[in-house]
Design a protein around this ligand. Structure first.
Ligand SMILES: [Zn+2]
Ligand SMILES: [Zn+2]
Ligand SMILES: [Zn+2]
Length: 491
């Protein structure tokens, strides 16, 4: 499909949620409902020297823009592709003496783009930025103060020679960024690296059990060389069959929170009260807080309370040790917590799942694959009972678990999980996404190894051990923050 092609959708007035998008025809699972290039985007301040400012890939070696000495690129191709976008910014940074924060950089890029191309940059764009909500009236005092500081600094940064805008107009842009800034991930979808604005996506309302998912596709190198902006394209993808006329929705927050917590998060960040079916019926809340029956008996309330408090404290300590890179401490804390939780909390209990997730991730990183695989398995089993069958988080967790099993030499489970993850990611990410391609390669590799295993287990294990010794484990990057579960950038 071509960029900006919006024939699958139409804008309509929802009851109580403002404007929304609905399907203009029947859609099937994995179908790209629409693709949209970013109107504007910037790399986070904290990663400005580690991520290419043009294609948003993480790179070992980047080349600095000789003019402003701020922007960094993979190579000349990326630099050239981005020049149109960076040109005015480059001069402004030079004059200002430094790069302002990411919000200000993004607001400026938006206004330069509007100045150059107007508020509507393609036929497929269904809304102008003027028409988007800024929720300034709902913002808490503190945030409003911060916004005013940003506007103030923006005015210092904004060149005299560029078209001038009044304070209300600039504030509106900051308000839009605040509630609609979409998190851009690196090429593997593993780390949040920047923030961008996609106007059509802003029209898609939230549902805790959505019928669509949104994914950033960095495209391939050839597309990158030829098409301006094509490298930062989101795709809205259908998670299942959607009837003509049905509203299209995505999940702004991770489903793995009990309904009252999701409602609180949504209210805080997006200023609305979620009245979706899952929130109204508190669906799956019972599973997310479920305790374990031992010999037909539920644990007492006081025991549950004690374990819950213990787990929350443990998670704080674990987070701290993880940020400090003290992974052996993380493992020790996880093992202790699991021992406490095991007799009391069910495998779908959120606090149990959080510990299982960290434990399996960090143990994998430390190459204790067997123990990691056991935890990963339980985590995925829990996720399967909670998430939509085609949820992207479930797909990613299944992939991690599959890789861990594979590395642990548990080739049958490993291969089967990698196949399951591949099936989910074909829908949520599509066949051209870098991570789906990785999975495809792993699927073939594990299939071959499985055949070998079935012929001769001894030879298989000898070969596997040798391979692990010689090869850096590519999928097991250092454990970073808890993946990307929030669709829009968290403040
Ligand atoms: Zn690049
Ligand atoms: Zn520059
Ligand atoms: Zn909800």
């Amino acid at each position: 499909m071509t960029l900006g092609n919006m024939e699958n959708v139409e804008v309509f007035d929802t009851e109580g949620k403002g404007r929304g998008l609905r399907a203009a025809k029947e859609l099937c699972a994995g179908e790209v409902v629409f693709a949209e290039p970013s109107f504007a985007a910037v790399v986070f301040d904290s990663l400005s020297a580690q991520v290419c400012h043009s294609c948003f890939r993480r790179q070992e070696k980047l080349h600095r823009c000789g003019q402003c000495r701020f922007a960094q690129y993979c190579n000349r191709t990326c630099q050239r592709a981005c020049w149109e976008e960076h040109k005015q910014e480059c001069g402004a940074i030079k004059n200002y003496g430094k790069a302002p924060n990411e919000n200000i950089r993004l607001a400026a890029r938006i206004l330069w783009r509007i100045g150059k191309d107007g508020g509507l940059v393609s036929d497929g764009q269904l809304t102008t930025l003027d028409e988007l909500e800024d929720h300034m009236a709902d913002m808490p005092e503190e945030d409003l103060k911060e916004l005013k500081i940003d506007v103030h600094n923006f005015l210092d940064y904004w060149p005299r020679g560029s078209r001038q805008y009044n304070v209300d107009c600039i504030s509106h842009i900051f308000g839009v960024i605040n509630c609609n800034g979409f998190t851009l991930s690196d090429q593997r979808g593993l780390q949040a690296v920047g923030v961008g604005i996609f106007p059509n996506l802003c029209l898609v309302n939230h549902d805790c059990w959505p019928n669509c998912t949104v994914i950033l596709n960095h495209g391939n190198q050839t597309a990158l060389n030829s098409v301006y902006h094509s490298q930062r394209r989101i795709e809205l993808r259908a998670l299942g069959k959607i009837a003509k006329g049905e509203e299209l929705t995505v999940g702004y927050v991770d489903f793995l929170n009990v309904s009252t917590d999701r409602q609180r998060l949504l209210k805080q960040q997006y200023f609305f009260d979620c009245t979706c079916e899952h929130c109204t019926n508190h669906s799956k809340d019972d599973l997310m807080m479920a305790t374990k029956e031992v010999d037909g008996k539920e644990p007492s309330e006081s025991v549950v309370k004690e374990v819950t408090e213990y787990s929350l404290k443990a998670l704080e300590k674990i987070e701290k040790a993880r940020t400090e890179g003290n992974y052996h401490e993380v493992v020790k804390l996880c093992r202790e917590a699991l021992e406490k939780q095991d007799p009391v909390l069910a495998d779908t209990h959120l606090l149990h799942l959080r510990i299982l997730s960290v434990a399996s991730e960090v143990l994998s990183y430390l190459k204790f694959f067997k123990e990691a695989a056991g935890y990963a398995h339980r985590m995925v089993e829990g996720y399967k009972k909670l998430y939509h069958a085609n949820n992207a988080q479930l797909g990613m967790a299944t992939m991690r678990s599959g890789v861990t099993h594979w590395h642990a030499g548990l080739i049958e489970d490993g291969h089967s999980m990698i196949c399951k993850a591949y099936a989910i990611l074909m829908i949520t990410h599509g066949p051209s996404h870098a991570i789906t391609k990785d999975l495809e390669a792993m699927r073939m590799q594990t299939e071959m190894e499985l055949r070998m295993f079935k012929q001769n287990e001894y030879v298989y294990h000898t070969m596997r051990e040798a391979a692990l010794k010689n090869q850096p484990v590519s999928m097991m990057t250092e454990p970073i923050e808890d993946g990307i579960k929030e669709m829009f950038r968290k403040k």
